[in-house]
Design a protein around this ligand. Structure first.
Ligand code: TRP
Length: 331
């Protein structure tokens, strides 16, 4: 039997280069492999812990769906759905909540960071914390366990959530008998971290991202904003220390990358290096960008694809949830 691979994408921002290189590209590659059956979904209810404006939620959610499809996700091969279209996930979330010790969630990083911050500021520790943030890891465990996922591709920041999902599976299995598979995380080591405009990890929270489907003029502007050192145009530069090179290698062919490496070592001006990077990204993204814009313009097409994905997902989640309900004595 094929291994099951599953991952969720939170619609809290526009897809940027970091998401693409660190998550989307490797996930699409996995989905192509004959070894895996992939389920990828828009984690819209997770997004709601942060995005609380209806219009923004709708747009971000569609933007993420369009991005995956434009970048080559084949909905015939991958089960591609919106989390909110699979109600079994939410029923299971409650069931799992009842076997999850509260202390486990007190220690979850995102919640802990907020309470620590509040404590330092001399405020009530739960100031600004909604229950969605607090129970976020249980919903995520439900996403994963309901699909019997073997492997979960995630960024390093999500490792604790996978551990929590394993713990919760263990608690349930102990109480009600072997039911859930323990999922494993799956991290793409080399490309896990893409530098942003300021050299730190590209992340929406650092406000240093380059959106993937930016129009050419804006893309060029953003690339020109990438921080560089003050070395002279003719001075040799270390490619391994350069944000520009790190990004370039993700969009150029191996031959081009080798050539660029040489140019760095011989001395290339930052302006020229940025122009080459722009060409590489713009060239690779021209096709997907067109497709992306087309999909954004016709959301009904996308909605139909996602609805089909949810139906396919429910063919397995529905009987599995029934089995679980029997185990706990609800059915
Ligand atoms: N929490 C993940 C993130 O912020 C998104 C997510 C939600 C997820 N449910 C998931 C990832 C299930 C993997 C599996 O990136």
């Amino acid at each position: 039997m094929k291994h099951r691979v599953l991952t969720g994408i939170k619609p809290t921002g526009k897809i940027h280069l970091g998401n693409y290189v660190g998550a989307v590209k490797p996930a699409l590659k996995l989905a192509e492999s004959e070894e895996y059956q992939a389920s990828y979904f828009i984690a819209d209810y997770h997004g709601m812990t942060k995005v609380q404006d209806a219009e923004e939620m709708r747009n971000l959610s569609r933007g993420i769906a369009a991005a995956w499809l434009a970048l080559g996700l084949d909905p015939e091969k991958v089960t591609f759905y919106r989390q909110s279209d699979v109600p079994e996930i939410f029923e299971l979330t409650w069931i799992l909540s009842c076997v999850t010790p509260k202390g486990l969630l007190n220690r979850a990083h995102a919640y802990k960071a907020m309470t620590d911050g509040n404590q330092q500021a001399g405020q009530d520790i739960d100031h600004g914390v909604n229950m969605g943030i607090y129970t976020y890891p249980v919903l995520m465990a439900s996403d994963i366990l309901l699909f019997q996922a073997d492997k979960v591709p995630v960024g390093k920041d999500q490792l604790q959530h996978i551990e929590i999902a394993r713990d919760i599976a263990g608690y349930f299995n102990k109480q009600y008998g072997e039911t859930f598979k323990l999922p494993e995380h799956f991290i793409q080591e080399q490309s896990a971290i893409v530098p942003g405009l300021d050299g730190r990890k590209m992340s929406k929270s650092y406000n240093n991202t380059i959106p993937l489907f930016e129009e050419p003029a804006k893309l060029k502007k953003l690339i020109n904003r990438i921080k560089t050192d003050s070395s002279l145009p003719t001075e040799p530069k270390d490619p391994d220390q350069s944000v520009i090179f790190a990004l370039y290698r993700e969009f150029a062919s191996p031959e081009e990358v080798n050539m660029m490496k040489e140019r760095f070592m011989e001395g290339i001006s930052w302006g020229e290096a940025k122009a080459e990077l722009f060409q590489a990204i713009n060239g690779t993204m021209a096709g997907p960008r067109e497709k992306y814009l087309e999909l954004i313009e016709s959301p009904e097409k996308m909605d139909a694809i996602l609805a089909r994905g949810a139906r396919k997902a429910r063919e397995t989640t529905s009987p599995f949830l029934a089995e679980i309900k029997k185990k706990v004595g609800i059915l």
